[in-house]
Write a protein that binds this ligand. Structure first.
Ligand code: SF4
Length: 418
């Protein structure tokens, strides 16, 4: 999959406002007065309008044609209708959005006003991701969510009535108070809705969330004492994979399951290493350079890839700072990414494509890692395709580290520099 030949781009736009903060959340989102929405939107529109000047200044290709748009958060469904129209007006003025573009908006159940829903349909939103996390009201409430099961079911009906039928429901395995039987109930309700897509995440906690801090130091306020064991979380994940598979939602990525033709086109961009532009707070971009490095005698090798990220501090963002962290990925780093992003997908890594992109020699040397991981039951190789095994999906970080160079491991802290 060559990034350099792409002629379309995906747009990711963040809206980092929420009505309450979930206990497990480590995103750059917060609870701010609605008056901030307008200010933030103005800033976001400025970024959209200056996208091509910015791309020119950092010497990256920015295709004019957009085939996926993803409004993530935060809670974009809190956007007032007028702001939704202003946002899409700016997108259409700057880019050419394909007629069949996938346009996704993340919504918090129970917080979608009729006027917002109409505005979404009017601007062409055709996919909605609902952050359900659990259909058990006490579990949702313990994690700081404001909705009940009935709110989710109502929203699914309302969205379908508005013509938005491409729906995703998120569930998290590992919420406080969750048991194997309550998890089974959440899965059953999800399947009853008949949605074409589900995302199943295993709870990941770190010190950037209130629940994570409490797990580290102890306490009851955020119900850290009721978080299931790692073994129970693994069993929940395995149960979900089995039940979803039996119901016709095939796993296509570690956390994602879909009926035929319903995989998220936008999210596939990330794993297929296709370009995307992220605008707004804490948004990531990956765009291909316009140039080959001087050292590239061989111009068939991939051009550098710019990975950059905007600030995660709202005040800083509102003052006008654009991308704050930027890294150029050259051939070696892109080769590593080809492995660990490719392996996330159930279709795996195609060795022939890797050879034509990066050269046979580099691929042959990586096959030593494949053999080693295969012996440990973490990957399997069938012909020219390497995939994660079910065990490998559970231990994916261990697998991905195998494809990182020593330099990257130092950067991630997995190897200490003495
Ligand atoms: S709704 Fe999402 S972004 Fe907002 S606090 Fe909860 S997890 Fe974080």
């Amino acid at each position: 999959m060559q990034v350099a030949v792409a002629d379309t781009v995906g747009l990711y736009l963040s809206f980092p406002f929420c009505r309450s903060k979930c206990t497990y959340c480590n995103f750059a989102s917060g609870v701010y007065p609605a008056s901030e929405h307008d200010r933030y939107l103005n800033r976001l529109v400025e970024d959209i309008e200056s996208s091509f000047d910015w791309a020119e200044s950092v010497r990256v290709e920015l295709p004019k044609v957009v085939d996926t748009i993803y409004l993530g958060g935060g809670t974009p469904s809190l956007l007032e209708p007028e702001l939704i129209h202003r946002l899409f007006g700016a997108i259409h003025a700057a880019f050419r959005v394909e007629g069949n573009a996938e346009i996704t908006m993340e919504c918090a159940p129970g917080q979608l006003q009729d006027a917002t829903l109409f505005a979404m349909a009017e601007v062409g939103v055709n996919r909605v991701s609902l952050g359900v996390q659990s259909f058990i009201d006490s579990e949702a409430s313990a994690s700081g969510r404001l909705h009940k099961r009935s709110d989710v079911l109502d929203d699914v009906e309302r969205l379908r009535a508005a013509g938005i039928t491409n729906l995703n429901l998120d569930l998290i395995a590992g919420l406080s108070g969750q048991t194997l039987s309550s998890w089974d109930e959440s899965l059953a309700v999800l399947l009853d809705t008949g949605v074409p897509h589900a995302s199943i995440y295993m709870l990941e906690v770190d010190e950037d969330s209130r629940l994570g801090r409490e797990l580290l130091v102890g306490g009851h306020r955020y119900h850290a004492d009721l978080v299931p064991t790692d073994e129970a979380i693994v069993r929940m994940y395995e149960k979900a994979a089995e039940r979803l598979h039996n119901a016709g939602l095939q796993q296509y990525e570690i956390s994602n399951f879909a009926r035929p033709c319903s995989a998220s086109r936008h999210n596939l961009r990330y794993w297929q290493r296709r370009p995307y532009l992220g605008l707004g707070l804490d948004a990531s971009s990956a765009l291909v350079a316009r140039f080959h490095p001087d050292a590239h005698a061989n111009k068939t090798l991939p051009r550098p890839l710019l990975r950059c990220k905007t600030t995660d501090d709202l005040r800083t963002y509102l003052t006008g700072l654009k991308h704050v962290e930027a890294d150029w990925l050259f051939v070696a780093e892109q080769f590593e990414e080809a492995w660990f992003l490719g392996l996330r997908m159930n279709r795996g890594v195609d060795l022939q494509s890797l050879r034509s992109e990066f050269g046979a020699e580099r691929v042959e040397s990586a096959l030593e890692s494949v053999t080693k991981l295969g012996a440990n039951g973490l990957v399997s190789k069938a012909g020219e395709t390497v995939t994660l095994t079910a065990r490998g999906r559970l231990l994916s970080n261990e697998v991905f580290q195998e494809f990182l160079t020593e330099r990257d491991l130092c950067a991630t802290g997995a190897v200490r520099v003495s």
